[in-house]
Every structure is written in C-alpha cells, then in structure tokens.
Design a protein around this ligand. Structure first.
Ligand code: DAH
Length: 342
C-alpha cells in the first residue's frame, strides 16, 4: 500500500517534469488527484486496513496529495507565465521599423482636360462664360441652322453618324452656337467644350470621338481684329508668349469671311522642319465672322448683331503642346501614358 503510494508519487513527479501545456497538466492532475484518480483509488481501499495503518496511510496520502497539489499549482503558474511571454513576443510591434509602403498611386488629369482648362481660363479672363449642348443632336442644329441646308455640298466635309433622318451624333460643337443664339440674351461671349463624332477609321491622327471647343462672341460691333486678338491670347496662354498665330483664308458655310488659324511651329519655332512640312506653321483650327444667315436663322437681326466664332480641336492642340504622336493614346486611358501629365 505504502509502496503503491510512493510509486504514484514518483510517476506523477516524473510525468510532471515532461509536461509542456496546461491541458496536459489538467489531464495529469485529474488522473492522479481527481475523483477517479489513482490516489483516490488507494484511499478507497483503506477500509481493509487496521486502524493504525489506516491512520498512517491517511496521513501519508494527504501529505502526497498536498505535495502534488502544490507542485501542480506551481507548474500551472509557470506554464501560464510562459504562455503570456510567448503571446507578448508574438504580438510585439517594433515601432522603429520603416512603414509598409502601399502601392496606391494618385491619378493624373488627361491632357485634354489640361488643355481645355488652359484655354477656358484664358477666355474667362476675357469675360467669357461656358456653355454646353447635347452630343446627340438634331440635324437642324448641326447643319441647317448653320447655313448648311439639306443637300448642301459642304455637308460631305463631315462624315456623320446618323441616328435617324433627323437625329445624329454632332460632328462639331458648332450646333451649340445655334442653341446659344436661340436661348440666351444677346450680347454674350461663350466658350463651348464638347465631345464630337465623325465616321473615321482610327489612326495616329484620327479618332471617331474627339473634343472641340467652340468660341462664340456676339455683340453689336465686333470685327476680325477682335477675333484675331482673342485667338492669339489663348494660343499664347497654351503655347507660350513666343508662339505666333496667323489667319489664312478658308471656307466654312457658317462664317464669312472664314479663316484657318495657324500657329508658328512648336517644334522648330518657325524655321521650317519635318513636323511643319518646312512651312514654319501648323494649322490648329477654323474661325471666321459668323455668317449673317446663321444669325437670321436663329431669330436675330444680322443688321443689329455681329458675331465671330471658332472651333478648335482640343486633341490637336494637346498633341502639339505635349508632343503626343498618336491621338489614340488620349482616349485609351493607359495609366503609363496618363501618369506623364502629373
Ligand atoms: N465646326 C468647324 C469644324 O468642325 C470648325 C469651325 C470653323 C468652327 C469655323 C467655327 C468656325 O465656329 O467659325 O471643322
């Protein structure tokens, strides 16, 4: 009996020294000290013993129980201390480490937006306000009111996407001239940005979608000199003070006289190079004194009101300003292209 007690004690201590987790400890503790445990089993057999033996065994068993309980407790404290230590190590934050770099890159404005804002802001400085019209437009506004009646040969100058007989995708921002003339009080000075559409096979210099900015100034007494001065001021705002502009006679049904605007070559400065085909000049837009027919078509007296107008291809200006060799890049939205305009 006493040997059994000693053996239980020895075995428990030996096992205790191998234990590594609190679960194992609980298991050991129950198997020795629990109700169905080994020590309890010995005490249950005490009935068979003599009174002295019983007293002795009881004393020793209690001593063993006491000893083991204490050692288990001690071990338990030690194990939870180790676990806590490990937790602290695991959760430790080294505040001296460099921060984690997150690959969040900010976007950049499309060159069209940059050029648009430059032209617009230069014109706002001259008393202009902005105006806009729809991209899906009536044939009447896109052509007829602008002095291009049905069957007018100049309609062929623009390859049009028709929605039906009367409705189309506007081929230029000029229909907004008619909308402004019909709806706003005169006089006014407008800058009119917008997306335009023409049936065009995309290539380096053509896109079926492109952006124009129309200018329209209506007043009682405006002249070609006002037109030239206005255009020159925004050309210089976009390209710099040393870039010159010139007017070259041309034809548009909605202006009379009409002109093309050239700027001195942005590559060679006007000496002549391959970009300007040796001329020293580059064409950027059309303009003119608004045809009296347009003013009359929109319900105003052409005796009382004069106007001048232009339509500039924003894509073309952006390509010239930033040296973009392919207009399609502007519309593809490739981040590697756009990030160059930050
Ligand atoms: N609408 C013309 C085009 O798309 C450009 C233009 C020329 C607009 C002369 C005008 C203008 O207002 O007066 O080719």
């Amino acid at each position: 009996m006493f040997e059994d007690l000693l053996a239980i004690r020895e075995a428990a201590l030996a096992e205790l020294s191998r234990i590594e987790t609190s679960d194992e400890l609980t298991e050991l503790s129950t198997s020795v000290l629990g109700r169905g445990g080994k020590l309890t089993a010995i005490l249950r057999t005490m009935g068979k013993l003599s009174a002295e033996e019983r007293a002795e065994l009881g004393k020793r068993a209690n001593a063993v129980k006491q000893e083991l309980t204490e050692m288990f407790e001690e071990r338990k404290a030690k194990l939870s201390e180790i676990a806590e230590q490990k937790r602290i190590e695991r959760e430790a934050v080294d505040v001296t480490l460099p921060g984690v770099r997150r690959a969040v890159s900010a976007g950049a404005l499309n060159p069209l937006t940059l050029v648009y804002r430059e032209i617009r802001d230069a014109l706002i400085g001259l008393g202009f306000t902005t105006f806009e019209g729809p991209e899906v437009e009536y044939d009447e506004y896109n052509f007829t009111l602008l002095n291009l009646p049905p069957n007018h040969p100049a309609r062929d100058m623009q390859d049009t996407f028709y929605v039906n007989d009367k409705v189309l995708l506007r081929t230029h921002t000029s229909p907004c001239e008619a909308r402004a003339l019909k709806t706003l009080d005169l006089p006014f000075r407008l800058v009119i940005p917008g997306r335009c559409f023409r049936v065009d096979e995309p290539d380096a210099s053509h896109s079926p979608v492109f952006m124009q900015m129309e200018g329209l100034v209506v007043d009682r007494n405006v002249s070609l000199a006002d037109l030239k001065g206005t255009i020159d001021s925004f050309v210089k705002a976009v390209f710099g003070e040393n870039v010159e502009s010139r007017l070259r006679p041309s034809y548009f049904p909605f202006t009379e006289p009409s002109a093309e605007v050239d700027i001195s070559c942005t590559i060679c400065g006007g000496k002549g190079c391959s970009s300007c085909k040796g001329t020293g000049w580059m064409e950027i837009m059309g303009c003119g004194i608004t045809n009296p027919h347009e003013i009359e078509n929109c319900g105003h007296s052409s005796d009382e009101w004069r106007a001048f107008a232009w339509g500039v291809g924003v894509d073309r200006v952006a390509c010239l300003k930033y040296g973009i060799s392919d207009i399609r890049l502007i519309y593809e939205g490739d981040g590697r292209f756009l990030s160059q305009f930050k």
